[in-house]
Design a protein around this ligand. Structure first.
Ligand code: ADP
Ligand code: MG
Ligand code: ZN
Length: 478
């Protein structure tokens, strides 16, 4: 029997507000332990949480960018459980009335695309962080409250994902969208994106889903993919041995590349959810939602379509250039400074990106779009040839100088003077009788060699088109 994989993801993304979700403490990462904590985010008795409006706005933006419907009425609930990093014994979250419902994200799948449906996006507070001493013989641990009360959105997909690769594509696309609209850094190293993977297997033609296993707290896309592939094999093997898959929570061992059981999974009733009596329901009107919608940045898919339409770019170019908002802006600026779109695209993809560490920081890149456009125009106008353009670009990468200045200073203007080129061609022909003999025997390669020699003699500055013409003429005469 053939089995397929069924996967649903629960992704926690930290919203990049300056202050926490229910108090005014800073969300700054990396501060000294317990310096960003107050009675509210420490959960002391008698305090009153107040919702941060910016948090609400960013959650709604995330919903709008993923085609969710935005709830005009939502509320906060208490999810009850105790853990040392949650000493108030409940997490404020949203249960039955989340802020966003039923959206979708289009992801690459095989040769085509597939919509992964979102069940919901809800708001919640992060817990504090347990810090264990490096010396394992110490019988105590610390709790750092800086993280407690950090605003999170939890994005829950429907079980629409069918492979590790698709999960990887989904997470990449989600991260790209959240960064485009500026609601989360999605920085995995700092824990601002974390993911729980739910996975089951079922016969290809079955109607009912199998029992799922949940792998908690994955913090790299690569690990998610590997964990899914491992878990598929494990569940398949168990099924073939006639064992049943029990619903449980597992963890990923990144060294052994395998999952292991942590505990049997709680059901939602184990958390005894109930409405948080300290927080009023959240009512947002249509006007508020519309205003946020109109402030939304252009999304990656829309940008790709526009680049294909407006600049006649192939889908590949449009996708690479839209990979980050800042790179897309750089490209558009280059074009608006007069560069031919396809030539700008080629240059950015093949020459420029090799020198860019982080395409979200294009603003501080040493070569400005104005200068790149100028360089490409110098080629278009036959002032320099494509090869010299690369030399000039290498200089620009070092000096940040204007390309025209570099060309003048270094005397790189292309030689299009036919009499000058003729002289070189004649000299090259005289010096290479063997090549001429080869050409007469029909060896095409030999002609290419001669072109190369002429270019070399001219220090790369000869106009290659004119070199070809003159060389052909001279050879024909021989
Ligand atoms: P729970 O209440 O156990 O958390 P939910 O119904 O809320 O379960 O779903 C949590 C996540 O698990 C969602 O992303 C959902 O798509 C996914 N999921 C649900 N059932 C399955 C299944 N049988 N196999 C794989 N994933 C599943
Ligand atoms: Mg769950
Ligand atoms: Zn606080």
């Amino acid at each position: 029997m053939k089995y397929k994989t069924v996967i649903g993801l629960e992704v926690h993304a930290q919203l990049n507000t300056e202050s926490k979700i229910f108090c005014s403490c800073s969300t700054e990462f990396g501060a000294a332990a317990n310096t960003h904590a107050c009675p509210v985010c420490m959960g002391l008795p008698g305090v009153l949480p107040v919702l941060n409006k910016k948090v609400l706005e960013k959650a709604i933006l995330a919903g709008l960018a993923t085609e969710c419907s935005i709830s005009e009425y939502s509320k906060f609930d208490r999810k009850n459980y105790f853990y040392p990093d949650l000493p108030k014994a409940y997490q404020i979250s949203q249960f039955d009335k989340p802020i966003c419902k039923s959206g979708k994200i289009r992801v690459k799948s095989g040769e085509g695309f597939k919509d992964i449906r979102l069940n919901r996006i809800h708001l919640e507070e992060d817990a504090a962080k347990n810090v264990h001493p490096e010396d394992a013989s110490k019988n105590y641990s610390y709790v750092d409250f800086n993280r407690s009360g950090t605003p999170l959105i939890e994005i829950v997909t429907e079980p629409d994902i069918s492979s590790g690769d698709e999960a990887y594509e989904f997470l990449s696309k989600l991260k790209q969208i959240l960064r485009y609209i500026g609601v989360s850094d999605c920085n995995m190293e700092e824990g601002s994106l974390r993911c729980d993977v739910n996975i089951s297997i079922m016969p290809e033609d079955a109607a009912k889903l199998g029992n799922k296993v949940e792998i908690k707290n994955m913090n790299s896309f690569k690990a998610v993919k590997l964990a899914i592939e491992f878990e598929y094999k494990r569940q398949l093997q168990m099924t073939e041995y006639g064992e049943t898959i029990v619903q449980e929570t597992r963890l990923w061992n990144a060294d052994k590349l395998e999952t292991y059981s942590m505990r049997s999974k709680e059901d939602s009733h184990d958390y005894r959810y109930f409405p948080d009596p300290d927080l009023a329901p959240v009512i947002v009107d249509k006007e508020f939602i519309e205003k946020l919608k109109s402030s939304l940045a252009e999304l990656p898919d829309a940008k790709i379509d526009r680049f294909m339409k407006d600049f006649a770019l192939p889908v590949y170019d449009a996708s690479v250039l839209s990979s980050t908002r800042e790179l897309a802006e750089y490209f558009e600026k280059t074009v608006s400074c007069g560069a031919n779109p396809k030539k700008a695209s080629n240059w950015i993809m093949s020459e420029l990106l090799a020198h860019v560490d982080d395409s979200e920081k294009m603003e501080s890149f040493i070569v400005k779009p104005e200068s790149l456009a100028k360089l490409l125009l110098l080629v278009d106008k036959n002032v320099i040839n494509g090869k010299i353009a690369k030399t000039v670009f290498a200089d620009m990468l070092q000096s940040g100088d204007d390309p025209e200045e570099i060309v003048n200073k270094k005397g790189l203007v292309q030689v299009s003077d036919t009499s000058e080129i003729e002289k070189i061609v004649e000299a090259v022909i005289a010096a290479n009788p063997q090549s001429i003999a080869d050409i007469k025997e029909g060896k095409a390669k030999a002609a290419g060699f001669l072109v190369g020699q002429v270019m070399k003699e001219s220090k790369g500055k000869a106009n290659p088109q004119i070199v070809n013409e003159i060389l052909n003429k001279c050879i024909a005469k021989l």
